[in-house]
Design a protein around this ligand. Structure first.
Ligand code: ADP
Ligand code: MG
Length: 683
């Protein structure tokens, strides 16, 4: 029987009594195992540098010979100790604050190592730390770990305790990764990795140790997810949709366009899931304009053909209406009925609609949040689709799902994130990705301009209108004030009406009622208005292929993903499209976003930048509370490792021997041990 490090109490360490143990408790460290796995977040460099390579303001270590007797000054209860030191034949001034006790030790001719902040102009160092080589100089030449500490605990004291733990119990650190994975990725054994992460000999060694532990952290996390899926997700209690491939082929062949290879592939993935007895839980991610709606349509068609009903939930009424129109047209030849359920239906219409859903007279319903109200029932809900999922909370999605008996679930998003991240964030979902855009689409040309270029912008609108194309003009966003947003839209509409008297200019904002909004959208979609001035109500989903110019006023007020969504309203047809971002060049942060927008129109790249700019926490928002916290791994920098870890974990959990063989016992035990991350299924 091996003694488990997580069962050894801290007071077993030499030099650690109840009080020190208490201080460690405050950091969440309660056993020797916890202490050993309490990793530094950076290192302080005590390696001696040469004078020619050091820069002003740097924290550095230099070595020299004391050249003068020290002088001491007192001021307001404090002391300043000053001494000259010869370093590589250069005379430098060393200054200590409140280190009066050093005075006796600073004898001319003695060697000394100084660490601190360098001031080039005065050739002076404010010394944070100094050592005498003749007394050993333990830190000199090393990288010292820096831990996150609080309270009365000091770096020196936690370093000492961790060191002690490694000396007394280091030999008990078990290997938990399978030998084949260590070999495959050339990873350090666990014991040396942990030892070196606390006490690296050099930078490279620290990096290698970190690489090993990051891999382990991500691998264990993935192993939990995969093991969860293997045991829970594939339970055979879902609907089996018998899918007739011939019928699907016919449906697809009557579409007005040929599906892209990507669309065909994800449709296959979805239909495959629908045929199986387990519950489909799939995320479909595709950049704006990649053609997700038609993929959803094929799924809906399949569920209706199998005798069930389908529901499509979207975040805005405008989008619900648009989808109802386009799906209605697609399904009309097949006698499939599509209904619309939003908050602005009259009570009577609403009651009729709910009744037909309940009786099974309606095959497909498209709607907003109104779909998840309590009195909405289905006769037999087979497929639930959520479009633009980032606009919904986890709860809202699962309420809709519970309106059926384990219906299949498809979640669509136009905020594509790297697959690995998607898998991490949406832990329990399978992920399908639309990589290509439909044939013939030209990249959207994007420009960032200043406000004083308005005349040229107007000229651009005129030019597009002359060629029969249309423009969206988005008003500035006033955070938290819909009223001001609306006022902006009204003002801008008036200005444009004056400036472009020959054009028809529409206006759309959130304070209009549903009928007004619908009429405005319909006129614009029919090509009867040249320009649509709008607030961000059209941000997601809106599809008018003849619109080729997107102008965003005060673009620096918008987030990167939001700008990309807005831009995605154009470039949806065969014509060259443009996006003009009117931004304040003085907004520093804004310029970073404008640069990302003008650099690329690839949604994956945009979300990578967004993630980089905002960091994972903000990027995913609070809705995705299942976002794991890692100790060492960083989801932005450690993408590739995460991907690798995922594949390895998937392969391992799929193998019979993982569940039975003695050699995987450590790993299986680890699944049960409550790791620091929560991996609850999100939905
Ligand atoms: P999104 O992924 O942003 O929801 P949509 O489903 O709205 O994209 O599709 C964008 C536009 O592209 C629509 O006008 C749609 O009819 C069209 N479209 C979709 N798939 C194809 C295709 N394979 N070939 C040509 N046009 C397509
Ligand atoms: Mg869409």
């Amino acid at each position: 029987m091996s003694i488990h490090l997580f069962q050894i109490s801290l007071t077993q360490l030499q030099g650690v009594g109840p009080q020190k143990a208490e201080e460690l408790h405050a950091l969440g460290i309660s056993t020797v195992g916890d202490l050993i796995e309490y990793y530094p977040f950076r290192y302080e460099d005590y390696r001696v540098r040469e004078m020619h390579e050091i820069k002003d303001g740097e924290r550095i270590t230099i070595q020299g010979t004391i050249a003068s007797l020290p002088t001491m000054q007192r001021f307001g209860g404090k002391t300043r100790l000053i001494c000259r030191v010869t370093v590589e034949s250069m005379l430098v001034t060393a200054v200590w604050f409140n280190r009066a006790f050093l005075k006796e030790q600073l004898t001319p001719g003695r060697e000394i190592t100084l660490t601190g902040k360098w001031e080039q102009r005065r050739r002076q160092m404010t010394v944070a730390d100094s050592e005498f080589p003749d007394k050993g100089g333990a830190k000199t030449g090393t990288l010292q770990p820096v831990y996150s500490v609080g309270g009365s605990l000091t770096q020196a004291s936690i370093r000492k305790m961790i060191n002690q733990a490694l000396i007394q119990f280091g030999a008990l650190i078990p290997e938990i990764l399978p030998a084949e994975l260590l070999e495959k990725h050339a990873l350090l054994p666990r014991r040396s990795a942990i030892t070196r992460i606390h006490r690296p000999e050099n930078t490279l060694e620290g990096q290698e140790a970190r690489r090993r532990m990051v891999y382990e952290e991500l691998f264990l996390f993935q192993l939990k997810l995969q093991a969860y899926r293997a045991t829970h997700m594939k339970q055979a209690d879902g609907l089996v949709h018998p899918v007739n491939n011939e019928e699907i082929r016919q449906f697809v062949s009557r579409l007005p366009f040929e599906l892209t290879g990507s669309q065909k592939q994800v449709i296959n993935e979805i239909l495959h899931d629908m045929k199986q007895p387990y519950v489909m839980n799939r995320l479909l991610q595709g950049d704006v304009g990649s053609g997700k709606t038609v993929v959803a349509a094929v799924g809906l068609y399949a569920t209706v053909k199998a005798g069930h009903q389908g529901a499509l939930m979207v975040p805005t009424e405008i989008l619900a209406e648009q989808h109802t129109r386009s799906l209605g047209a697609m399904f009309e030849p097949y006698g499939i009925q599509v209904g619309l359920l939003t908050g602005s239906l009259t009570e009577r219409k609403r009651r009729d609609l709910i009744a037909s859903l309940q009786m099974g007279l309606l095959d497909i319903v498209v709607g907003t949040h109104a779909l998840i109200q309590e009195d909405v029932y289905f006769r037999s809900l087979g497929l639930v689709i959520t479009d633009e999922q980032h606009r919904f909370g986890v709860n809202q999605r699962s309420i809709l799902r519970r309106k059926g008996m384990n219906p299949d679930v498809l979640t669509m998003t136009a905020t594509p994130i790297p697959r690995t991240l998607a898998i991490t964030v949406f832990g329990d979902m399978d992920v399908s990705t639309l990589r290509e855009r439909p044939k013939g689409r030209k990249p959207i040309k994007t420009y960032s301009v200043k406000h004083n270029m308005m005349d040229r912008v107007l000229g651009f609108i005129r030019k597009e209108a002359e060629q029969g194309r249309q423009t969206f003009f988005i008003c500035p966003l006033i955070e938290e004030s819909e009223k001001l947003d609306v006022q902006n839209a009204i003002d801008l509409h008036m200005q444009l009406t004056h400036a472009l008297p020959e054009l028809a200019i529409g206006l759309l904002h959130g304070r209009m009622n549903a009928a007004e909004k619908e009429a405005t959208m319909a006129t614009y979609a029919a090509g009867e208005t040249n320009v649509l001035v709008s607030t961000t109500v059209i941000e997601v989903g809106v599809d008018v292929p003849n619109a080729t110019l997107m102008i965003v006023m005060d673009a620096d007020r918008f987030g990167l993903s939001q700008l990309h969504q807005l831009r995605g309203r154009v470039g949806r047809g065969e014509h060259q499209s443009f996006c003009i971002l009117i931004a304040d060049p003085k907004s520093e942060n804004g310029q970073e976003r404008m640069k990302a927008m003008t650099d690329t129109d690839d949604g994956f790249e945009i979300s990578r930048r967004d993630l980089e700019i905002r960091g994972p926490g903000e990027f995913f928002g609070t809705k995705q509370s299942g976002m794991p916290e890692f100790r060492l791994a960083n989801l932005v920098n450690d993408f590739e490792v995460l991907e690798q870890a995922r594949d390895d974990a998937a392969a391992l959990t799929a193998s019979e021997s993982f569940w039975s063989s003695q050699s995987y016992k450590e790993l299986r035990d680890n699944l049960n041990r409550d790791a620091k991350q929560q991996t609850e299924p999100l939905d």
